[in-house]
Design a protein around this ligand. Sequence first.
Ligand code: NDP
Length: 278
Amino acid sequence: MKRYAVFGHPVLHSLSPKIHRTFGQQSGIELDYVAIECAPGDFAAALSSFAKSGGQGANVTLPHKQRAAELCNLLSNRARRAGAVNTLIRHDNGWLGDNTDGVGLVRDLTGRQGLDLRGRRTLLLGAGGAARGVAPALLEAGVGDVFVVNRDSTKADALIDQLGEPGRMHARYFDDLGTLGEFDLILNATSATRHGTLPTLPMSLVGPRTAAVDLSYGEAAIPFLAWARAAHAHTTVDGLGMLVEQAAESFFLWHGVRPDTDPVYTELQARHAALITA
Ligand code: NDP
């Protein structure tokens, strides 16, 4: 049986094992997919031991995505552009790294949520692994100017330098947010609410057309989406659809089969809604 895993810290809450096992059942592909918890200093050793034990592929989640890119001897264009890897594919001499976060987000927003991203003035909160993954795909999907705000401003600058589109991307500080006007698309790609906080966000960022998207899902998405609803955002979206779509793209890279994502999304959404209201 082929072996797959998701590496992260923390990761034991991850829905990826369930999603990939369901895709496997749908497609008639037998696979073993487990969550492997490891601290940043242990990731390289854990990945090496997974490869020695026959691991064929892996997903990588926070905080290992940039380290994963360094450990690959081959990178796809989108992983190179992002400087972050969320999907590892085993080959004869090591790992090929790819990044499916961006395509996952764009498929969910333009497909399931029916949003036209073209020309949208965009605010990207965060410059960590997830922000790096989604920024190139958003630019390719035709969004307008992208303002990147991160506590550590050197990471926002590095993300913009890496993407090589200085005319379309602009680094700003959280303290500047009150002066930036309205955005058509606001993405929360910070992990702040995992630590029980939400950065202070002025309601002046939200206009009648704003779509507010939190890349996290479940309880972690509640504070940002509640802020956006209070500011009368047109649309609010959590990261569950992105999670399912990025997993489907990884599944395609490993197995050459495109799974049907809608039933998986519907089941997870119902389960999360029940947990949140319980
Ligand atoms: P990283 O650890 O790589 O980056 C975390 C980011 O959050 C950094 O930009 C960091 O800023 C910022 N941050 C953390 N705490 C705060 C705070 N209190 N205030 C402001 N900014 C803060 O994580 P990822 O980028 O991998 O993940 C970010 C989020 O995206 C997570 O919630 C994750 O679950 C979600 N995600 C969802 C996916 C999906 O498929 N739906 C896929 C990938 C991620 P700084 O650099 O200044 O520390």
